[in-house]
Design a protein. Structure first.
Length: 433
């Protein structure tokens, strides 16, 4: 055990400091990518011990790598220099489920899958479908702003997060928001912490708004020519249809899922039976008029498709793959996937139709840095971006975030206020923050 690890053990107890080699091989690989020079891996059992450890690390100017279960640690460039990893996995209690108010407050280490199981007993759910749902923690989901396909109907993580507690870089606790939906107390730190990748504080507790579980869920899969897909998508936008999820899938993704040949549009409707039936019929009529094939999935078939899609993309954005988060104006979504298929033929592509956000991925040996640069240029030309979340260590010359906006000075000022010594996840965010 290193000298730093011994000091960490003295702070929180040796039982809560874990040797890298004793971890699951997958997590070992994640940590090796995120912070090759880890001196210690700590799992504080209480909020108090977490605060004490962060304060101690702050005093000694140790870099800190915040984490939950570590499912997305490989997203972003590696942390340079020695550091300690601090996990919130043992902060895993649901504090309060106010079913009548449709809110839940839980510690950041609670797994989403465990929370959903508990909420389902009250016929409620948290409308988030992130990557690695079985293991992803609430804190990690907020830190990466990883919403998933349900953003179409319910909005992003920022829209559902109504309260947070966090440990600052100096070990002090800060809070914002509350446990009611209409809360105006304090600054809107919730939005600031969402998608900050742990660079501003370590989340310890979150409060979300909830939704009733829908009575019925059905999905229709449309496959065919990209121009016809674009036409139907435009028509859907002009109607009062309200899909819970509406994703455009590249031909390679459709093929990998065994759904046919061509561009795909996957629409999921969740509501009362009569509403779902009417909306499904309307979409299928649009598909028929456009010459697209359509497949209606109900019951377990509906559930199975989204599970397979989730598993496909969990593998696609794993540490062993090239994984990019992209964004374009929603109207350019289909054309962008068409262009990506030409520039990067070995990739899988998905775009959430409502937001224009999506993913491009592929095996490390099948995609080149030049191809990713071309895709990034295309996205930028259409009012968007490409963030290279996962890439081989040899791709040192390619900026992972590729940020071209004008807000970097403001980001740097915020970082200086929250973490003046740059100890929290240093160098792993936009602009080296």
């Amino acid at each position: 055990m290193s000298a730093i690890a011994l000091q960490v053990a003295q702070q929180i107890g040796a039982d809560h400091v874990v040797a890298r080699e004793s971890l699951d091989p997958g997590l070992q690989a994640q940590l090796q990518i995120a912070a090759p020079n880890l001196a210690a891996i700590a799992y504080p059992p209480t909020l108090e011990s977490l605060c004490d450890l962060v304060a101690y690390a702050h005093h000694h100017r140790w870099a800190m790598l915040p984490m939950g279960q570590g499912t997305k640690l490989h997203w972003g460039p590696p942390l340079q220099g020695e550091a300690i990893a601090i996990s919130t996995a043992k902060l895993n209690q649901v504090i309060d489920h106010a079913a009548g108010d449709l809110t839940v407050t839980a510690q950041a280490g609670v797994k989403l899958a465990d929370l959903q199981q508990q909420l389902a007993q009250a016929r409620q759910f948290l409308a988030i479908a992130p990557h690695y749902s079985p293991s992803a923690t609430l804190g990690g989901i907020v830190a990466t702003a990883d919403t998933g396909s349900l953003r179409q109907r319910y909005g992003g993580v920022r829209d559902m997060l109504i309260g947070v507690s966090l440990v600052r870089a100096d070990g002090q606790v800060a809070k914002a928001g509350g446990r009611v939906v209409k809360n105006v107390a304090g600054y809107d730190l919730m939005k600031l912490m969402t998608g900050a990748y742990g660079t501003l504080g370590i989340l310890t507790q979150v409060t979300f708004r909830l939704y009733p579980l829908p009575e019925v869920s059905e999905t229709v899969v449309l496959v065919g020519d990209s121009a016809a897909i674009a036409t139907v998508l435009h028509q859907i936008r002009q109607t009062s249809l309200s899909p819970a999820a509406l994703d455009v899938l590249s031909p390679s993704c459709i093929s990998a899922l065994g759904l046919g040949q061509g561009m795909g549009l996957v629409a999921r409707f969740q509501s009362i039976p009569v509403s779902v039936a009417q909306q499904m019929a309307q979409v299928m009529a649009l598909a028929q008029a456009a010459g697209l094939s359509s497949d209606r999935l109900q019951g377990q078939d509906d559930v199975s498709l989204w599970q397979r899609l989730q598993e496909k993309w969990d593998g696609a954005v794993a540490a062993s793959a090239i994984a990019c988060k992209i964004g374009v104006l929603p109207a350019h979504g289909v054309a962008t996937l068409d262009a990506i298929a030409q520039m990067c033929p070995a990739s899988l592509g998905l775009i959430h139709a409502g937001s224009g956000l999506g993913w491009v991925s592929g095996e490390i040996d099948s995609i080149t840095a030049t191809e990713i640069t071309q895709v990034r240029s295309h996205c930028a030309a259409h009012g968007g971006f490409l963030s290279l979340l996962s890439a081989p260590p040899s791709w040192t010359g390619l900026d992972r975030w590729g940020y071209a906006g004008n807000a970097l000075p403001q980001m740097q000022a915020i970082k200086a206020q929250f973490d003046p010594h740059h100890l929290l996840n240093p160098g792993r965010f936009v602009g080296g923050l």
